[in-house]
Design a protein around this ligand. Structure first.
Ligand SMILES: Cc1ncc(COP(=O)(O)O)c(C=O)c1O
Length: 398
């Protein structure tokens, strides 16, 4: 029996190979430093957990409204007004089982076979695959030579009669770059003139450094009418396992997303929704504490990388990742193997230094690797020592 052709269009994660090796080493009792985490290493704030416990104790354990409980959607609408200067009614909000689902919901209502969706590379791993699941094709703008930000002229050049949507992501995973207000404005100026949807993934909004402020593209002109803004609780509130994300957009789009969602996951977990209300009611000191720790770790990694001239990197001003250019060691010999790409470097680090990182190719960029600083200071210190030793070793073997 044949599987649907849809499944052949989608790639499995390119990180699997490195992950499998790491698991094999762990199974042999070898201590492995894992810097691949895509989630904060802090516990969910106690007040949020307590709200989840109370939801269970009070029997709030049944189906809810498909688009989310009114109490939570009202809170989210207030959050948009307060933090993003965006005005939505609670009916314009849909709560889903993670921002990942919110993005797919948006794509499923916006695009069809033959359509194109623009994304910048390096990109979050799920964008191209979700675009393909929705039947469209990703059009990828390489930002490696433009400070890892999509430039207005690149955006303009890549818009065709088939373009249905563009996905923007700031702060960005995997680079940590944050678009400034003038940069977003320049992109907005182009998008204002075009008939295309915008999906603005703002999930790392609260993890931002150097006194920067996040600005949503939807705030410019009438772009709110063409945008679906994506956010969630995973990163800001350290709630990855609660699976809770949300989207806001024009009423007709959100209603369409709700229609789709009603036939595959229905509502997000009732318990998680109650916990999310508590999150938005605010353990703000704890959120700020996490943000500060991330910033300190960012500064620490930068100080280590700056000691070696062969490293170049994207200076992350948000999220919790460092995207490091390791192409200086391409052409060297690591053990038995020639090192030729990001996967080779990551495999070498895993095998010989027991340090696990994500190869840039997973994000569409083969000259970099990504390390996550959602790891303890101790792990980071060991990890950075291993990385430097490994790179020194490879540089001597060029
Ligand atoms: C850029 C980006 N968007 C969306 C998500 C999805 O988050 P979740 O589904 O946990 O809400 C992630 C998670 O890694 C991400 O990095």
């Amino acid at each position: 029996m044949k599987l649907a052709s849809r499944i052949n269009r989608i790639e499995t994660s390119k990180t699997l190979q490195v992950k499998e090796k790491a698991l094999e080493l762990k199974a042999q009792g070898i201590e492995v430093i894992d810097l691949t985490a895509g989630e904060p290493d802090f516990p969910t704030p106690p007040s949020v957990c307590q709200a989840g416990i109370e939801a269970i104790q009070q029997g709030f354990t049944k189906y809810t409204a498909n688009n989310g409980i009114p109490e939570l959607r009202t809170k989210i609408a207030q959050k948009f007004a307060r933090d993003n200067n965006l005005s939505y009614t609670p009916e314009q909000i849909i709560v889903s089982s993670g921002a990942k689902q919110s993005i797919l919901n948006a794509l499923l209502v916006m695009v069809e076979e033959g359509d194109e969706v623009i994304i910048g590379s390096p990109y979050w791993v799920s964008y191209p695959e979700q675009i393909k699941i929705a039947g469209a094709s990703p059009v990828i703008i390489d930002t490696a030579t433009t400070d890892f930000k999509i430039q207005p002229r690149q955006l303009e050049q890549n818009i065709s009669s088939r373009t249905k949507a563009v996905i923007l992501n700031s702060p960005c995973n995997p680079t940590g770059v944050v678009y400034t207000e003038p940069e977003i404005r320049d992109l907005a100026d182009i998008l204002l003139q075009k008939d295309i949807w915008i999906i603005s993934d703002e999930i790392y909004e609260k993890i931002i450094f150097d006194h920067l402020h996040h600005i949503s593209v939807a705030t410019f002109g009438n772009l709110i009418e063409k945008s679906v803004v994506i956010n969630g609780f995973s990163k800001s509130y350290s709630m990855t396992g609660w699976r809770l994300g949300y989207a806001a957009g024009p009423l007709a789009v959100v209603k369409a997303m709700s229609k789709i969602q009603s036939h595959y996951t229905s509502n997000a977990s009732s318990i998680s929704q109650k916990a999310a209300v508590a999150a938005l009611n605010g353990p703000s000191e704890e959120i700020e504490k996490m943000r500060r720790v991330f910033e300190e770790r960012r500064n620490y990694i930068k100080s280590v990388l700056d000691k070696r001239s062969y490293f170049s990197y994207v200076y992350p001003q948000g999220a919790f990742y460092f995207f490091i250019d390791i192409s200086a060691v391409f052409g060297s010999r690591g053990g038995e193997k020639m090192i030729e790409n990001s996967l080779d470097v990551c495999s070498f680090l895993t095998e010989h230094y027991h340090l696990v990182t994500v190869p840039g190719i997973a994000f569409g960029d083969d000259r970099h690797l990504r390390i996550s600083f959602a790891a303890s200071q101790e792990s980071l210190e060991i990890g950075m020592r291993k990385l430097t030793e490994a790179m020194d070793h490879l540089m001597e073997r060029k």
